[in-house]
Unconditional design. Structure first.
Length: 374
């Protein structure tokens, strides 16, 4: 049973905790307010739902330190978490006790975020803050998550561009290094992510079997705070075999025969490729145009990742079954569609044949090549 003690001009609600110690639950300016709280404490103790307010009085910074010790996430996710904490969450709420963070302050925080962050970034910051407070609820430190129901209203993202096979040829032709040309072509004709291509190992390139393999443990190159390393692909479903059209097998043979390094696509001395360098120096000028070479844009603003969108679009145009599209891109269909749908050899054959036809019908003829050379 809780009781009330007067201390100076205020009234404290006191109670005995299960371990036998006496604690102060709260302090109030009037006896009536203290009595209301005393009854709430008695009711919560009877229902075994009482939370020790002292647990919620720690600051968010102190809670983050406790939470980090037991939370499991990958290196890339931790890098994003620490960036959000350092730049947004802790400067605003770091010195605030958990039980003083309320819904209205959260709503104001969201409004502030949206003034200088993209919708997706604001949503990512809020997702982490909600996770922290949800974990605090589960740990018995606060009674509810004040982020619950507070939404970051996002605008519909603009549709990403995709390229035709002819445009992919044009982009590749503007790139000087042959292996980089083939890298772009491979991205468009396989739908692989940048990390999967940059992390593709010679040992996972089975050209005799007509496929390349995204390894479940070292199938992608990761870049976290400037450090490059091989690790798992984005999701468990991303580990997959990707069947190749004949022309692409020939091109990949050309790349492998040009060097003896472990990675298929690498720097001149075998170093890992960096996404930023590739985008700035190689892919960007080829897509957006290069004033020095007096070339205009092919598809201005098209990212390297949009080659993956391109591959998806091509498969839709070629009437490839949805399950085969998903598996090729490393996605998993949800619900009954994913459980009862299966990829057959005939589907893989249909994909590679359609891609081969697309490639062959967009290559210049011998006469056209001679005219260009002249």
């Amino acid at each position: 049973m809780a009781w009330i003690e007067q201390r100076g001009t205020r009234y404290r609600v006191r109670l005995r905790l299960p371990d036998g110690t006496v604690a102060t639950d709260s302090s109030h300016p009037t006896y009536k307010a203290a009595d209301i709280r005393r009854k709430q404490v008695d009711a919560n103790q009877a229902l075994d739902t009482y939370l020790d307010p002292a647990l919620g009085r720690i600051t968010l910074t102190e809670w983050v330190a406790i939470w980090e010790a037991g939370h499991i996430a990958g290196d890339a996710k931790w890098a994003a978490y620490r960036s959000h904490l350092r730049n947004h969450i802790l400067p605003r709420f770091g010195d605030t006790p958990l039980n003083n963070i309320n819904r209205q302050t959260i709503k104001v925080f969201v409004k502030e975020l949206k003034t200088h962050l993209a919708d997706s970034s604001a949503a990512s910051v809020m997702s982490l803050l909600s996770l922290l407070l949800r974990e605090a609820v589960a740990d018995g430190r606060i009674t509810h998550n004040p982020c619950q129901g507070v939404k970051v209203v996002t605008r519909r993202a603009a549709e990403r561009p995709h390229a035709t096979a002819t445009q992919v040829n044009t982009i590749a032709s503007r790139i000087d290094r042959r292996s980089d040309q083939i890298l772009v072509i491979t991205a468009a004709y396989t739908g692989m992510r940048w990390g999967e291509l940059a992390g593709l190992a010679r040992t996972n390139t089975h050209l005799g079997d007509g496929l390349i393999r995204v390894h479940p443990e070292v199938g992608a190159l990761h870049e976290v705070q400037g450090r490059l390393y091989l690790g798992p692909p984005k999701t468990a479903g991303s580990a997959r075999d990707i069947h190749l059209p004949p022309f692409l097998i020939t091109l990949l043979h050309e790349v492998l025969d040009s060097h003896d390094h472990d990675q298929v696509f690498c720097g001149a001395r075998g170093a890992y490729l960096r996404r930023s360098s590739m985008s700035r120096r190689v892919y960007g000028p080829a897509v957006n145009g290069n004033p020095r070479q007096r070339t205009g844009p092919v598809i201005e603003g098209m990212h390297f990742h949009d080659l993956r969108h391109t591959h998806k679009t091509w498969m839709i145009e070629d009437d490839i079954p949805e399950i085969a599209q998903a598996r090729r891109l490393g996605h998993q269909l949800t619900g009954v569609r994913g459980i009862y749908s299966h990829v057959t050899p005939a589907m893989n054959q249909a994909i590679t044949q359609a891609l081969e036809n697309r490639w062959q019908t967009t290559q210049p003829t011998t006469r056209q090549r001679h005219l260009r050379a002249a």
